[in-house]
Design a protein. Structure first.
Length: 203
């Protein structure tokens, strides 16, 4: 199994290992996931913050071996199908693009994507805490997934997330194995600072 680099040496001492050790592998073992395990992962996402507590996110799931699995897998692009088919579960992340205002009117939900992303990150951190690996994907047929999921018109499908038990890189096709390693991150000063954009040059 590919091990994560020593990210602790690249981060502030107070950064929790849960954040440093999480990455997005593609090699998964053939490990069944129970309904209870999946629900535990989803429960963490339920507690994410959202504008006006509107909770616009929806997570649509299929565990491997269940009736919806083949459909969920078929909406991924072929490259992602080639490895995600070994995952234990697939989750599609959606969010509602409108919300009820405090006055009771239906208005655009301007933060629905931000809110859904926050919930999706809690889901992935909970999975890591429980010993599961996750890999989020943008590579899927959005129209096919929207139709196949029977999503209402006012919902947007953002991403798919594969969940599984991480396995060794040699489970992957040979051409994919060199990529089976954690990614680096830009220096903190490139991504966050006190003050405005003035004086900071974007690449």
């Amino acid at each position: 199994m590919t091990s994560a680099p020593d990210r602790a040496s690249l981060s502030l001492p107070s950064t929790h290992p849960l954040f440093l050790d999480r990455w997005s592998p593609r090699a998964f073992l053939d490990a069944p996931m129970s309904t209870g395990e999946l629900q535990s992962i989803m429960e963490a996402a339920r507690w994410a913050p959202s504008a006006y507590n509107s909770q616009p996110w929806r997570f649509l799931c299929a565990r491997k071996g269940t009736p919806n699995w083949n459909s969920f897998l078929s909406w991924l692009v072929p490259f992602n199908q080639s490895w995600a088919g070994n995952a234990s579960a697939l989750i599609y992340v959606a969010s509602r693009t409108v919300m009820l205002s405090p006055s009771g009117k239906t208005v655009p939900a301007t933060t629905h994507e931000f809110d859904a992303g926050a919930a999706a990150m809690l889901l992935q951190l909970q999975a890591a805490h429980l010993g599961w690996a996750t890999h989020a994907m943008s590579g899927f047929d959005v129209e096919a997934a929207h139709k196949g999921l029977a999503a209402p018109a006012d919902f947007k499908i953002h991403a798919a997330i594969a969940i599984g038990k991480q396995g060794p890189a040699d489970l992957l096709p040979e051409g994919m194995r060199p990529r089976e390693a954690p990614s680096d991150r830009a220096p903190l000063a490139t991504l966050a600072w006190e003050g405005t954009f003035e004086g900071h040059n974007e690449p």
